[in-house]
Design a protein around this ligand. Structure first.
Ligand SMILES: [Zn+2]
Ligand SMILES: [Zn+2]
Length: 254
């Protein structure tokens, strides 16, 4: 199995990647026969091509016949008098190849892609097995992926939360304007539908959820303090403060 590192963009939209694989492939000098060019494998004289030898032993129960793999041909039934110099009679050589892997849109961490017949060739030129490529997604600096949805956090000043604002956000599809309505509370989220990762099975894409963090100023100058104090509703009120969906923390990477 080969581990393949891809970016979030590549996982979201799909891509093709060239990978280097180091596997046993059929020896081209002997075409997997194991015999030197111009010679050929011959029927094993010890087992006469059967691949196993039998032995009759006497015991108190009578004659017992036991079979075991032929020691001269290791059960192949043929022997190679002059082994191929390239593969020493194994029929396969190790080779570094470049494979182009098509990665479908929507893959996630741990997704395995099967490449039929691209694995190791068996001894004596037997059929090749399958090769598996396991996807690993590099964490994105802004977006956190949960399923096919992406999450991020934008931080805006208190005044922008109160008055509303527009934030430019670099999404997977380019720069988009996120409209933050007046009166937005810290912890509220704005979904951008269809801006997430493509669904691996089925149609469409996940969403991009923009979590808004409203920042209360830490330090005020005299004028700002005077203005805020003159604001009639600034006196502290008790009670619940609207929707506070704080359950989805953790995406404030940027
Ligand atoms: Zn060979
Ligand atoms: Zn034999």
């Amino acid at each position: 199995m080969i581990r393949l590192e891809i970016s979030l963009d590549e996982a979201a939209f799909g891509t093709t990647k060239d990978i280097q694989v180091d596997t046993a492939v059929v020896c081209t000098t002997c075409s997997g026969e194991g015999a030197a060019p111009g010679t050929s494998a011959q029927t094993c004289d010890m087992c006469r091509g059967r691949g196993e030898v039998s032995q009759v032993t006497r015991s108190f129960l009578g004659q017992v016949m036991t079979s075991r793999p032929c020691p001269q041909c290791q059960g192949f039934g043929t022997v190679v008098p002059t082994p191929c110099p390239e593969c020493a009679g194994d029929g396969r050589v190790r080779s570094r190849r470049t494979l182009t892997v098509k990665i479908p849109a929507g893959v996630d961490n741990g997704t395995r892609i099967q490449l039929a017949g691209e694995g190791e060739v068996g001894p004596g030129g037997g059929p090749a097995g399958d090769l598996y490529v396991e996807i690993h997604e590099t964490p994105h600096e802004t977006f956190q992926r949960r399923g096919d949805d992406l999450h991020c956090t934008v931080t805006i000043p208190m005044t922008a939360g109160a008055l509303g604002t527009k934030v430019l956000l670099q999404t997977l599809d380019g720069v988009e304007e996120v409209d933050i309505r007046p009166g937005t509370q810290s912890g509220q989220s704005i979904p951008l539908h269809g801006r997430g990762v493509t669904h691996l099975r089925g149609n469409g894409r996940g969403d991009l959820i923009v979590h808004v963090e409203v920042q209360t100023p830490g330090k005020l100058d005299a004028e700002q303090e005077r203005l805020l104090r003159s604001w009639p509703s600034c006196a502290a009120r008790s009670g619940p403060r609207g929707s506070s969906s704080r359950g989805s923390r953790g995406c404030s990477r940027g």
